[in-house]
Design a protein around this ligand. Structure first.
Ligand SMILES: [Zn+2]
Length: 221
């Protein structure tokens, strides 16, 4: 079987041949009978508009499902109105849940890397963290990787002046994932750009990302 593209974080709920996708679903949207691999959590953007205890109780049940292969997206976002203390409180509950089920966490982080790194440095959380939509410089990338995080990169890689277009070639290739998120791009276009920046063939990149996936998740489920 040819190595598929892997889209580590997508809000598109359609399946495309040759692309293995982890669908990102908000807790209140999860259909518990779905066998398609997915991740689920309460997005920081929804903290001021959802019944949080009800949603979190549902998440505790969802987390037991085999098809729920990661927790999130969850995270911290300094560009929204909800206070960072409230965000941290819910973020930490997601992290604790992920520890119970030993599942990786998919993290949304906007201008909150120092808080994120501080939480990781407490040493309380051992499951791998995947920072999605990564768009920071090489130093932030290195700090996160040293703390056993993986970095997932999406459409910003195709923006000429983005931070990640510059830092990407310096990131350890065994710590990257690629994603479509909610953009109109296919993950295959992100792969193409990544292979150009890394100066490796598309096929070698597919093999590498596949290997990264197996390292975290065991196998393609
Ligand atoms: Zn997302």
């Amino acid at each position: 079987m040819p190595t598929p593209f892997i889209d580590i974080h997508s809000h598109h709920l359609i399946s495309i041949p040759d692309i293995f996708v982890i669908q990102s679903r908000f807790v209140h949207e999860v259909d518990e009978k779905s066998e398609q691999p997915f991740s689920s959590g309460i997005h920081p953007w929804h903290l001021n508009s959802r019944p949080l205890e009800t949603d979190f109780s549902k998440l505790e049940e969802i987390a037991k499902l085999k098809s729920c292969i990661a927790i999130g997206e969850t995270g911290l976002d300094q560009a929204i109105g909800t206070s960072i203390d409230v965000q941290k409180q819910w973020f930490i509950r997601h992290l604790e849940l992920a520890e119970v089920f030993k599942k990786p966490v998919i993290i949304h982080c906007v201008r909150a890397y120092s808080d994120l790194i501080q939480i990781r440095k407490t040493g309380k959380f051992k499951t791998p963290w995947i920072i999605h939509g990564f768009n920071e410089n090489a130093k932030v990338a290195r700090d996160l990787i040293l703390l056993n995080c993986w970095l997932s990169v999406g459409h910003r890689l195709l923006q000429e002046n983005s931070k990640v277009a510059a830092s990407f070639p310096k990131i350890h290739i065994d710590r990257i994932f690629l994603e479509s998120d909610d953009s109109a791009l296919s993950v295959s276009e992100v792969y193409e750009k990544a292979s150009l920046l890394l100066q490796i063939s598309l096929n070698d990149l597919k093999l590498q990302i596949h290997q990264n996936f197996v390292h975290l998740f065991g196998k393609l489920v």
